[in-house]
Design a binder for this molecule. Structure first.
Ligand code: GCU
Length: 329
């Protein structure tokens, strides 16, 4: 209960702050859109949003821009999605995992081992399934503008290296605020603790959790590798990042303004994907150089362990989606 009150107070505070900031950025002939996200300014996603802003300024002849608030300054991903829904914040970038609380079918991305490889993932994202999922959020005032590459997620731990799913037994693993991610860790034998990204460094440091899971750039840029010295490349999920726009604010833009913004967002995707590849390899190299033990486990053991989880979705709409995804070659 106390936590709920704290959450409410925080949301109201952020909403008030956002209203002030959003209001400041808008006058009759200039539109400044506020975008908040939780990643570091060195991250490819942040750099691509800076790129998107440049494109938007050009396309709109300087009549529109985006003010970016990085590093979780305006709250967690759940907070920013709620701000979008009430129209206090124009844009955000979140992981598809916490979005499943708003768009249930998004849970498909947090189900482990449903994509064969990166090519398969992007075929799905750019195809009918991905594009339909992107617009599904419109019903809850979260309009998807684009997907960004977030590679694949793997476990990292403080004290005990994970080589097989058995090693997860008894370990507390931080997951995103996503019920499916909780189920994924439990299916593999660990015990899952949802914590927001901004609070994770301290949680790892204080031993509130024994480990977490993420892609190489986030593991590196968040400095979690200071504390978690084992990185097991089991690549259990490929959860994309999503660029979202408040449905309220989108509807206030003219058709021309919407077109500029959508185009600027689209242009930032190939830019980000190119940066992603380079930065993900560099992050892995950097953590290895910093003394982190990189483990290449036998992925088959992890895949076998989640078969029951896959079957548990039979009869749910997401199961059909999983099958459609499997059929995409
Ligand atoms: C990824 C993702 C972030 C998310 C983070 C997390 O890094 O890009 O949007 O916040 O995972 O684990 O919370």
């Amino acid at each position: 209960m106390r936590l709920r009150v704290k959450h409410l107070v925080k949301t109201v505070f952020i909403a008030a702050l956002s209203l002030i900031l959003y209001g400041c950025g808008k006058d009759d002939d200039h539109v400044s859109l506020k975008l908040a996200h939780g990643l570091d300014t060195g991250h490819s996603v942040h750099k691509s949003m800076v790129f998107m802003n440049e494109r938007l300024k050009e396309l709109s002849n300087g009549t529109m821009d985006i003010a970016i608030y990085p590093s979780g300054q305006l709250g967690s991903e759940r907070d920013t999605m709620e701000l979008l829904q009430i129209g206090s914040l124009a844009m955000t970038k979140v992981s598809a995992s916490p979005m499943e609380s708003f768009v249930p079918k998004m849970k498909v991305f947090s189900i482990p081992y449903i994509f064969r490889d990166e090519e398969h993932l992007w075929k799905v994202l750019n195809g009918k399934i991905g594009q339909e999922l992107l617009v599904e959020g419109e019903a809850v005032r979260l309009r998807g503008l684009a997907y960004y590459d977030a590679g694949s997620r793997s476990f990292y731990t403080r004290d005990k290296p994970i080589r097989t799913p058995k090693d997860l037994e008894g370990l507390k693993i931080r997951v995103q605020k996503s019920q499916t991610s909780v189920r994924m860790v439990e299916a593999l034998g660990g015990s899952a603790t949802p914590i927001s990204f901004g609070e994770l460094y301290t949680a790892l440091q204080q031993g509130v959790v024994d480990g977490a899971e993420n892609n190489p750039p986030s593991f590196y840029l968040s400095k979690h590798y200071d504390v978690a010295r084992f990185y097991t490349l089991d690549m259990h999920t490929s959860v994309p990042d999503l660029l979202l726009m408040s449905g309220h604010i989108w509807n206030k833009l003219s058709t021309e303004q919407q077109g500029w913004l959508q185009k600027a967002a689209r242009l930032s995707v190939p830019f980000q994907r190119k940066l992603w590849k380079i930065s993900s390899d560099a992050a892995l190299k950097a953590v290895e150089e910093a003394g982190v033990t990189i483990i290449q486990p036998d992925k088959a053991a992890f895949q076998d362990a989640v078969k029951g989880m896959h079957d548990s979705y039979k009869g749910e709409p997401v199961y059909e989606l999983m099958q459609q995804i499997a059929e995409i070659k």
